[in-house]
Design a protein around this ligand. Structure first.
Ligand code: UN1
Length: 518
């Protein structure tokens, strides 16, 4: 993905005017350029003539400086009482609220999603910030009986240390916030590297932290390529934890690097999420859920509804209505309030998505029911626009029904029963989200229980998770961790078990208590 923008950066380099805004890394409380002086250009995917600015193309040396700053700040921050840390983080939430509109416009400009959805992304960051800051007065541990008399046992959460956060471009403020704010409330210091394509939204979040009074070195921002800056983070011996959201392919590399140096690693990766539509479903409602889940964010969500498993009794009606709705969606620049579906992120994404559309038609022989083209006429020619695309008559084992496309493409798969639908839903390498549309409570609960995913919806789409419930998935989607909810605290803190013996004598666990009970 990064390559497309880099190539553009090179081409545009010569013609760049003095007005191109330069952004900085944030290290140890200072806004600084990359030590090597290289830049990464950020352009609008709806109109690549629109240059948002240039951001530091950070090297290993920049990452090392950021880690050193995080190390320097760690003791001061972890010794700051959590309720006090929370007061500062609540202020971050207030600043995000105050400037929501500006952040929303910035996000649409650099990422492409329509304003309403960009506003939702900023709102998710606000929700997450308030919610996680609230933990400053909880961060609950627990007490439990000790096995010996006159002995006390309890457990407390301690910060894990220096955390490296590597975030994706599809939720460029929400995902950084749902890693960073919980990390901070737990008393950690962080180095964050946003995706190459969307550094501005994370820059805005970090600016809000600075304004709110987060002390120097507690939050450090380095922008740049995954292969260079990201790689150095995963390899850096002082980063105790790496939290990564992105592709399954990159996630495996992150995991390997972390395994090599015994670092804690939390991964949130791909999805191939299914909506099951039963014969008793409210078909119109199901179609609305499918359109929202498949084409919202131009299908670039790990929770996107990329498979629609539909009972054969309503299959024709559902497909017909879905295609009509998909064809009516207005594709264009997300900054235009009349637009429903924005561009995809970059040229690499266009190529990948178009390749899958070709595979669907040729190799897989599914029916291309609508869409299937890149839009290039007029203003479309300056951006990365792809028509909302529906394949019907898709078999569950086809590549378009198995692999993550991450674009505005969905597959309708016929089914004859709930059991079969659940089997199809489970028959992929991912396990993030699933949904069922039915009026039958028994079927709803059966599907909820039998689908092997981290998230499940009844009569709602596969997207739209809320910040106070755990977020993450099974199988190829993750490695067992959950972000959001209170569960995120288990990523960013380590348990310490504490025993207090007030008997005034030696009491040997597992040995002396046997005497006490005979
Ligand atoms: C993602 O797609 O990477 O549940 C995150 C949702 C959003 C988060 C999506 N709240 O769709």
């Amino acid at each position: 993905m990064a390559q497309a923008k880099k190539a553009l950066a090179k081409k545009a380099g010569a013609s760049r005017t003095a007005r191109t805004k330069s952004f900085s890394n944030y290290i140890g409380g200072e806004w600084v350029a990359s030590a090597a002086g290289d830049w990464l250009e950020n352009r609008n995917p709806a109109d690549t003539r629109d240059v948002i600015g240039r951001f530091p193309q950070s090297t290993a040396a920049d990452v090392d400086r950021a880690v050193a700053a995080a190390a320097e700040a760690f003791d001061g921050w972890r010794h700051t009482p959590a309720p006090r840390r929370a007061e500062i983080l609540y202020r971050v939430g207030e600043i995000l609220m105050r400037d929501k509109e500006k952040y929303t416009r910035d996000m649409t400009r650099e990422m492409g999603k329509v304003l309403k959805e960009a506003g939702g992304d900023v709102q998710e960051a606000i929700d997450c910030t308030y919610y996680a800051a609230g933990e400053g007065r909880r961060l609950h541990g627990f007490t439990t009986p000790a096995e010996m008399p006159n002995k006390f046992a309890m457990c407390v959460r301690q910060p894990i240390g220096l955390c490296g956060l590597i975030t994706p471009w599809n939720f460029p403020m929400a995902i950084p916030s749902w890693k960073m704010i919980p990390a901070l409330i737990c008393g950690n210091t962080v180095v964050i590297k946003p995706a190459e394509d969307t550094p501005l939204s994370t820059y805005n979040l970090v600016k809000a932290c600075e304004e709110a009074g987060v002390p120097p070195g507690v939050v450090n921002l380095v922008t740049g390529d995954g292969a260079v800056a990201g790689r150095r983070m995963t390899d850096h011996p002082a980063l105790r934890l790496i939290s990564f959201t992105g592709s399954t392919e990159t996630g495996r590399l992150v995991a390997l690097a972390c395994a090599d140096r015994n670092a804690v690693c939390s991964l949130e990766m791909g999805g191939k999420n299914a909506i099951i539509v039963m014969d008793d479903a409210d078909v119109d409602n199901a179609v609305e859920g499918a359109v929202w889940g498949a084409f919202g964010t131009s299908g670039q969500r790990c929770t996107a509804s990329s498979r629609l498993i539909v009972h054969k009794k309503v299959y024709k009606e559902f497909s017909r209505k879905l295609v009509a709705r998909a064809q009516a969606l207005r594709v264009g620049n997300g900054a235009d309030p009349k637009v429903d579906v924005g561009p995809v992120i970059n040229q690499d994404a266009v190529q990948k998505i178009m390749r899958y559309i070709e595979i669907g038609q040729k190799e897989d022989q599914a029916t291309l029911a609508c869409g299937g083209h890149r839009l290039t006429k007029g203003d479309y020619g300056h951006g990365y626009f792809i028509e909302p695309t529906v394949f019907t008559d898709v078999a569950p084992d086809m590549r378009i029904a198995q692999e993550e496309i991450f674009g505005p493409v969905t597959s309708v798969i016929p089914t004859k029963s709930l059991d079969e639908a659940v089997e199809i839903a489970n028959g992929v390498q991912y396990g993030l989200s699933a949904a069922i549309y039915t009026q039958d409570v028994n079927r709803a609960f059966q599907a909820m229980n039998e689908t092997y995913t981290g998230i499940f919806y009844v009569n709602a789409s596969t997207i739209g998770a809320e910040v106070h419930l755990p977020f993450g998935g099974t199988k190829g989607t993750g490695n067992g961790h959950r972000e959001a909810g209170t569960q995120v605290l288990d990523i960013f803190s380590e348990w310490k078990s504490i025993y207090v013996d007030y008997s005034g004598k030696l009491q040997r666990a597992q040995i002396d208590n046997k005497k006490a009970i005979g």
